[in-house]
Design a protein around this ligand. Structure first.
Ligand SMILES: Nc1ncnc2c1ncn2[C@@H]1O[C@H](COP(=O)(O)OP(=O)(O)OP(=O)(O)O)[C@@H](O)[C@H]1O
Length: 239
């Protein structure tokens, strides 16, 4: 579904990503872990169309989207929960969700939940605060709104950048539960995280990133052995 081939990207003359290549298939959760400054957010920005790779290709559902702007990618079913959440802070939750809901409906794609009630049961705070301006919500509540917006788009691929960053353990638990519930609904999910223990709980397989490169591949079911590999954890994941 998502295929990244030898992507290089950076900021002006500063190269960050070097020959990044990996894939995400339908119905799997792929984790990408790495320490601060590894280039995880830079990669997500390149996937979202916010940063143009200097070389390499990004293919989604069989076609090359490397040069496509972000809104086209969203229209085709690539949904992102970015680290800054990218919500309109002065608008209410309902207003923030309306556009995604309309885009999802027009796409003709299937909903990932049987109905919106099921989605809001999983994200109760969204329903409770539906008429509240986003700027009055806590960071965790805003994260839930960003997730709801991504899912209302009826995505085929969901990319989440550091979903646990700065959030209380209870909210993180909630996000994990939601990811488990999304399994088996035809969506490919890429979760980019510094917290490898969290990824190990939810991802089927994954990759370790360091200094702009993929340095290790974690096969299906092998997260535990990664966590037990002191040399790897120490070298790339900060001990
Ligand atoms: N807008 C920018 N302009 C210049 N350099 C940047 C910019 N954003 C990030 N960088 C640099 O790119 C490198 C990778 O940063 P990036 O934010 O992608 O890493 P990360 O793995 O997401 O780390 P973190 O978990 O701390 O967010 C770092 O050296 C960073 O200083």
């Amino acid at each position: 579904m998502l295929e990244i081939e030898a992507v290089h990207a950076g900021y002006g003359a500063l190269p960050v990503l070097e020959a990044i290549g990996f894939h995400v298939e339908e119905d799997e959760v792929v984790g990408l872990v790495g320490p601060n400054g590894a280039g995880k957010t830079t990669l997500v920005r390149a996937l979202a169309g916010l940063l143009r790779p200097s070389a390499g290709a990004i293919r989604f559902a069989g076609h090359d989207v490397t040069a496509e702007p972000g809104h086209r990618r969203a229209g085709e079913g690539m949904a992102f929960v970015l680290d800054n959440r990218a919500l309109f802070s002065e608008l209410t939750v309902r207003q923030n969700l309306a556009l995604a809901e309309r885009m999802g409906r027009r796409s003709g794609r299937l909903k990932c939940f049987s109905d919106d009630a099921e989605l809001f049961d999983l994200l109760p705070v969204v329903r409770e605060r539906i008429d509240t301006p986003v700027q009055l919500l806590s960071g965790g509540q805003q994260q839930m709104v960003a997730i709801a917006r991504a899912l209302l788009l009826r995505p085929r691929l969901l990319v989440m950048d550091e979903p646990s960053a700065g959030l209380a353990p209870l909210i993180v638990k909630h996000i994990l539960e939601l990811l488990h519930r999304l399994k088996g609904r035809g969506i490919g999910i890429l979760v980019v995280e510094q917290n490898v223990r969290l990824i190990a709980e939810v991802a089927d397989r994954g990759y370790v990133m360091s200094l702009g490169r993929l340095v290790h591949e974690v096969p299906r079911g092998a997260w535990r052995s990664l966590l037990e590999d002191e040399r790897l954890v120490h070298a790339y994941l900060g001990g």
